[in-house]
Design a protein around this ligand. Structure first.
Ligand code: SF4
Length: 473
């Protein structure tokens, strides 16, 4: 998962981007980058690390201009090198771009681009998207691109690039610096846009970036569409290739901030509804418990809803070290394990002698839940029940979340009757698939739960993704 932001029509784009990127830091902590535009000249700085560490006051001062693109990276695979950090840019024509998503047909794209004499240089998915976009613009004309040319280029991207992606770009359109944002035909990855009182525009992964800067959210980026934004002018929204909207349900369950607003409402409200449904399903199992304890931070809202449904007290039983990273988002197993040890500490009195329901958002690899169960067990509870407000993750995600192969997914490799033992708990209750579907109340991508992939991925593409998984989510 990554966070992107594009901004135009502000006094100092670098300062604004720095704040917006900090609001999106939860979407990726591996690397970040920023590019600004000043009279047609791009200034770019990117590096490994957090936004506050990568951008000093001096660096921000050098990134001049009133428009720019920023990015926080979470690599789906690979060591994560600085060269693959976003944004990327092309010189012919001048386009600066960042994205959130995953391209599933990279080999086909590279072949297409090579046939035109264009070499992809990085391991980052946005580069081929950018090159297809830039090539389509150049096909129309060398310079002086118009809004129609941009729509044509986005149509070419939708025709050629398969997968899930939301993108923001800065380029000159109709003689003016312009912010362009587009979202794949199914809108799998999130994105929204908004405006400021002074006529500036912003497009970003989550609305919280707009909140941070006092921008008013206008809407989600419409699926299969392009939004063309210039300071002081109305945004131009062009529907290019809209298909059935299938936004990623895992954003609602885990990734997005609870205060973000997406097409189905506030993420916090969705988590409440999921927790409520989980409570109803748990109650039907006839199990008994004394207290509901969330796994911080993501699970708090759902755990509160579950406690309310069950008429049980809700207690904070784990204290989170605020200065360690989100373990799921860390790129390799060794750093994930180290982070677990640092991350959570139980309050023994909350657990001792009690039948505890531990509420978690999801179980992917199973490492976190095993660690939590063992931490809880060490405090002598009467029982530890695990309740998860999503169904078991049994299928890989090819659309930008780090669940690349079945052999990493504990629910796919361990038989269901062995889950309690495997996780070190007395019982395991996952939200049912129907529970998730009915709670969402509208079509969503939930392929990692039900194996129904919105954008079909061929066997060859799967093999290529697993063998040479690249790009960023
Ligand atoms: S497969 Fe799962 S994680 Fe991937 S986009 Fe769909 S819902 Fe999100």
């Amino acid at each position: 998962m990554c966070g992107f932001v594009g901004i135009i029509g502000v006094e100092r784009a670098s300062a604004a981007l720095s704040m917006a990127l900090q609001a999106l830091q939860h979407r990726g902590q591996d690397a970040c980058g920023m590019g600004t535009v000043e009279k047609g000249r791009f200034h770019v700085h990117k590096d490994l690390g957090l936004v506050v560490n990568v951008f000093s006051d001096q660096t921000l001062a050098q990134l001049r201009g009133s428009a720019g693109i920023g990015h926080t990276r979470y690599p789906t695979v690979g060591a994560g090198v600085r060269e693959d950090a976003q944004p990327f840019y092309t010189r012919r024509p001048g386009v600066l771009m960042a994205h959130n998503g995953n391209v599933t047909n990279l080999d086909a794209l590279e072949t297409y681009l090579l046939s035109r004499g264009i070499h992809v240089q990085s391991q980052c998915d946005v580069e081929p998207i950018l090159l297809v976009f830039a090539e389509a613009l150049s096909d129309r004309r060398a310079t002086g691109h118009t809004a129609d040319d941009v729509v044509f280029a986005v149509r070419e991207v939708f025709r050629l690039v398969r997968g899930a992606y939301s993108c923001a770009a800065i380029l000159e359109v109709d003689g003016e610096e312009t912010l362009v944002a587009f979202r794949d035909p199914h809108g799998i990855r999130p994105g929204s846009y908004g405006t400021s009182e002074s006529g500036g525009w912003m497009a970003c992964s989550e609305s919280v970036a707009m909140d941070a800067l006092g921008f008013d959210r206008v809407a989600d980026l419409p699926v299969g569409s392009v939004v063309i934004m210039r300071p002081g002018q109305a945004a131009q929204v062009v529907s290019v290739q809209p298909e059935k909207p299938m936004p990623c349900v895992f954003e609602r369950i885990y990734f997005a901030r609870p205060d973000s607003l997406m097409e189905d409402g506030r993420v916090n409200a969705v988590r409440w509804a999921l927790g409520k449904r989980l409570g109803e399903e748990w109650a039907r199992r006839g199990l008994e418990a004394d207290v509901v304890v969330p796994v911080p931070d993501t699970s708090r809202t759902s755990a509160q809803a579950m406690a309310e449904v069950l008429g049980l007290p809700y207690r904070e039983g784990f204290i989170k070290n605020r200065y360690s990273g989100r373990t799921f988002i860390m790129p390799d197993a060794a750093s994930r394990q180290a982070a677990h040890r640092l991350k959570l500490n139980p309050i023994p009195e909350i657990f001792e002698g009690k039948r505890v329901i531990l509420v978690d958002d999801s179980v992917v690899r199973g490492t976190t839940v095993r660690r939590l169960a063992s931490l809880a067990r060490a405090t002598n509870p009467a029982a530890v029940h695990l309740a998860v407000y999503s169904p078991p993750v049994r299928h890989p995600c090819y659309y930008g979340i780090d669940m690349p192969s079945k052999k990493e997914l504990v629910a796919a490799k361990v038989p269901e009757n062995e889950w309690p033992e495997a996780f070190g708990v007395d019982s395991v209750t996952f939200l049912s698939l129907d529970g998730l579907r009915e709670t969402m109340g509208r079509p969503v991508c939930m392929a990692c739960f039900d194996g129904d992939y919105t954008v079909p991925v061929s066997t060859g593409e799967v093999a290529a993704i697993v063998a040479d998984r690249r790009g960023e989510g």
